[in-house]
Design a protein around this ligand. Structure first.
Ligand SMILES: *[C@@H]1O[C@H](CO)[C@@H](O)[C@H](O)[C@H]1NC(C)=O
Ligand SMILES: *[C@@H]1O[C@H](CO)[C@@H](O)[C@H](O)[C@H]1NC(C)=O
Length: 507
């Protein structure tokens, strides 16, 4: 990035902090009354038990077997062994004092064929026990139906690129509402649509490794929206009244903004927001429904210029737009960092043509922010406040539940960088609630414990608890951040000066 851009990025940073009184960060802040706290994991990342009982392989089991796909050569066969040791996970959650636990359900563990013809007794039994023990300990279960571990058998038929996935997903959802809905009152249909559709079907970075950029990924986007809507309508029509719960989606995005205040960069940042957040949110949360106009227009233009007789972005029919619109009881949001977009640095051909990145058509980076030496996530806390406000302003102030926020590093019990990250992001979230009027009711730390971080394997750590992978029993130890999170929840105060000393505890 050139000198000019550095200057303009610095300007953007100044203007971010200018609105806020100096010294505000140092204040001890009371947490708003209605804000609940939780911790999250996902089935493939923590369960292990990859071939336990009648479980069939998921697309991530398959992906891990391809040499070179996982950075450190590890796989998800055992990871944290939560399938075996989930009771210890519950002890850890009790230690933290969280209100809720967000976990996900492994589709091939519950339905080994992928279809609802045979329900695994052991698979359903596992989640049923988990839910019972959470409730017995006063922790609300929050269940995600799909956090990326699709049955391989369904991928063999096209997976998310096959429109029939909407039938299969609805059938799977029904099995879970029937089996657990008497006790689970908060359902998430899909976790992070962009990440599994664009990276999984448009690149080789994620399972199922379908490298169909700008085509297969967009087929998956359309189908996942319809599948999500089917699962929500099913809950709404047949379960809501008797089970009295709620159901929604959770969408992950960095915040996107122009790297400078030049009109071209500002426009690039805004278009990136439409692609990164609006693509999945506008169809569900906007008053008109459908994909954002800017995205439809851009992909159509690029497709025409590339010689395609029709847009690579499949159309949503009028009926489909109506069917998808309004299908989430709240806005689930996962967030980690911010990217700054520079229009002028973009050269046609620098990405695959066609591709998602080429359609976005700008180069992005973290601006002048630096990642800490032992860090993986770049801390840009102003971005979460802007993102929450963007959601509020774009979609008529929905109830927002933050279902993931956290900091990746490369390990260590004394994780002060992680505590700093949480403090700054929570400070920005409290501003979003108290100053801006965003309706935020849940905050979730990603993650309860170190786990299998997808293509990064075990090399990147997001946990409040460390997991000893050398140990057969996968002993877990609280990091300093776990002690800090416990204090935050118990005191209901965000205290910038709270820096706990490590305690030697094992779970
Ligand atoms: C499950 O996989 C492990 C290797 O991770 C193997 O030792 C074991 O025999 C397998 N169990 C079954 C039931 O296939
Ligand atoms: C449904 O849940 C709400 C709180 O979410 C509660 O106020 C209401 O009484 C419940 N209704 C039934 C029928 O259980």
């Amino acid at each position: 990035m050139g000198c000019l851009n550095k200057l303009t990025v610095a300007f953007a940073v100044l203007s971010v902090t200018a609105g806020k009184e100096l010294g505000a960060k140092a204040a001890v802040r009371k947490l708003p009354e209605g804000l609940q706290f939780g911790a999250a994991t996902a089935s493939f990342q923590v369960e292990g038990g990859w071939n336990a009982s009648d479980k069939s392989p998921s697309i991530w089991d398959t992906f891990c077997e391809i040499p070179g796909k996982i950075k450190d050569g590890t796989d998800g066969r055992d990871t944290c062994k939560s399938y075996e040791y989930y009771q210890r996970d519950i002890e850890m959650l009790k230690f933290l004092g969280v209100d809720f636990y967000r976990f996900s359900i492994s589709w091939p563990r519950v339905l080994p064929t992928g279809f609802a013809d045979k329900i695994s007794k052991d698979g359903i039994g596992y989640y049923s026990k988990l839910v019972d023990e959470l409730l017995a300990n006063g922790i609300e279960p929050v269940a995600t139906l799909y956090h990326w571990d699709l049955p391989q058998s369904l991928q063999d038929l096209g997976g998310w690129a096959n429109p029939l996935i909407a039938d299969w997903f609805e059938d799977y959802a029904r099995v879970l509402y029937d089996a657990l809905g008497d006790r689970v009152k908060l359902w998430l249909t899909l976790n992070e649509p962009k990440q599994f559709a664009i990276y999984g079907y448009g690149t080789e970075a994620f399972a199922p490794n379908i490298n169909s950029p700008g085509i297969g990924d967009y087929m998956a986007v359309k189908n996942l929206l319809l599948a999500h809507a089917r699962a929500w309508h099913l809950y709404d029509k047949e379960y809501r009244q008797k089970q009295n719960g709620s159901c929604g989606i959770t969408i992950a995005s960095d915040f996107s903004e122009g790297a400078s205040d030049s009109p071209a960069d500002i426009e690039a940042g805004n278009l990136a927001l439409d692609f990164e957040i609006g693509f999945y949110s506008h169809p569900i949360f906007s008053s008109t429904g459908g994909f954002p106009e800017s995205v439809v227009k851009r992909v159509a233009e690029r497709s025409a210029a590339q010689g395609f007789p029709r847009s690579r972005l499949p159309e949503l029919t009028k009926d489909e737009i109506e069917f998808i619109r309004g299908t989430s009881d709240f806005y689930g949001f996962n967030h980690y960092s911010t990217r700054f977009y520079t229009a002028a640095d973009y050269k046609p051909g620098m990405f695959d043509v066609p591709s998602y990145n080429d359609d976005v058509g700008a180069v992005s980076g973290r601006g002048d922010y630096v990642t800490a030496p032992n860090g993986y996530t770049t801390k840009i806390s102003a971005g979460i406040r802007k993102a929450l406000n963007w959601i509020k302003d774009s979609y008529n102030s929905p109830e927002i539940m933050i279902f993931e926020n956290g900091y990746g590093d490369f390990g260590g019990i004394d994780d002060f960088d992680r505590i700093d990250y949480y403090k700054e992001y929570l400070d920005a979230i409290l501003d979003a609630i108290e100053v801006d009027g965003c309706r935020i009711t849940k905050y979730t730390a990603w993650s309860l414990m170190d786990n299998f971080e997808w293509s990064q394997g075990l090399s990147v750590k997001f946990g409040l608890f460390e997991v000893d992978y050398e140990d057969e029993k996968r002993t877990r130890r609280p990091k300093t951040s776990a002690l800090w999170y416990r204090n935050l929840i118990a005191s209901r105060v965000l205290d910038p000066a709270d820096n706990p000393k490590p305690e030697n505890l094992e779970f």
